[in-house]
Design a protein around this ligand. Structure first.
Ligand code: SF4
Length: 326
């Protein structure tokens, strides 16, 4: 099956000469399930210990009131979801949460703020949070929205290891989900992060009504970044009452596992992270995801605003599977 390659218009994160065409990734999705998992697990073992999982903990440091209209997000001011807007958390409260996450086994602490993008004064405050997290001996990650000139460098100088900025979905699905910014805006911020020498955490959400080909295009877009992201969170939509995607029909869990496998095969050395939606997946599907090459997960009671399996449940799952924290 031949198909025109995905087009990229800008350098840095987007001009790799098409290592993966969408058709190539779609062909992976079409493989018999066991064949796909075998291939993914084979690639996984070439680069990672298959029994290790990296644990990241995520804290919403500034919740709600976001002017963007991401159709999946309860923090948008455009939707009535009952999420109260709050100001940026004080540094002591953030560092207490980081300490607790570390004691529970997390090695990376991710801080999320519901901004379209931070202002200069916000960057100074977040830089102080990053320095504090680093002083605890943890990796620091931030997700703050679109970055302005010089922001990525300031965050880097504070010690930021990763910046998370997801492309959310396939380029041709993007406008169905978000209208207040464009796919290219995401790539602009990713360029800034790369140029500053900060590692990139970038993934997407599946189960938003996209087609299989669009899931393949999401993975191909990530895999064709040059270099591809060091960390790829794959989220399963958590439909939230009040958002436009509240009634979205659930994705077949095997399709989610296939997406994980395609990410592993096309980005052999990245950390593939199970993110939102693990509660809905249940233990058996999560085990299949690990077999398909997932080797990282968000850990803790809560993601930004949606639930997450609690720490004890995660530790119990890891024990059942004989997996250990990396
Ligand atoms: S996903 Fe982020 S940018 Fe979009 S509405 Fe939610 S908080 Fe705002």
């Amino acid at each position: 099956m031949q198909e025109a390659p995905v087009e990229f218009h800008r350098p840095a994160v987007r001009n790799n000469p098409q290592r993966w065409r969408v058709a190539d990734v779609a062909a992976l999705f079409e493989l018999p399930f066991n064949e796909l998992l075998f291939r993914a697990q084979t690639v996984h073992r070439e680069h990672f210990d298959p029994s290790q999982v990296q644990l990241s903990s995520l804290l919403s440091i500034k919740t709600g009131g976001c002017p963007e209209d991401c159709g999946y997000c309860p923090q948008s001011v455009h939707f009535d979801t009952g999420v109260e807007a709050s100001a940026l958390m004080p540094i002591d409260a953030v560092l207490d949460a980081a300490r607790r996450a570390k004691e529970a086994g997390a090695t990376r602490f991710c801080m999320g703020a519901a901004w379209r993008g931070p202002k200069d004064r916000d960057i100074e405050k977040v830089a102080a949070l990053i320095s504090g997290v680093k002083s605890l001996g943890m990796e620091a990650c931030a997700t703050l929205g679109m970055l302005g000139e010089g922001h990525a460098e300031q965050l880097r100088d504070a010690g930021l290891d990763y910046y998370n900025h997801n492309i959310d979905s396939a380029p041709d699905k993007y406008a169905d989900i978000i209208t207040t910014r464009h796919f290219e805006d995401r790539l602009d911020t990713l360029d800034k992060v790369r140029s500053a020498g900060v590692k990139v955490c970038c993934g997407g959400i599946v189960g938003m009504g996209e087609s299989r080909e669009q899931r393949a295009a999401l993975i191909a877009t990530l895999a064709n970044m040059d270099p591809y992201p060091e960390s790829v969170p794959i989220n399963h939509l958590v439909p939230v009452e009040g958002t436009p995607l509240a009634s979205q029909e659930a994705l077949d869990p095997f399709e989610f596992v296939r997406t994980i496998a395609a990410a592993r095969i096309t980005m052999p050395q990245t950390m593939v992270r199970l993110s939102a939606g693990r509660q809905q997946l249940g233990e058996a599907v999560q085990a299949l995801c690990f077999l398909a090459g997932a080797n990282s997960m968000f850990y803790g009671d809560k993601l930004l605003t949606t639930g997450n399996p609690d720490v004890q449940a995660d530790q119990s799952l890891m024990a059942k599977l004989g997996m250990r924290a990396a």
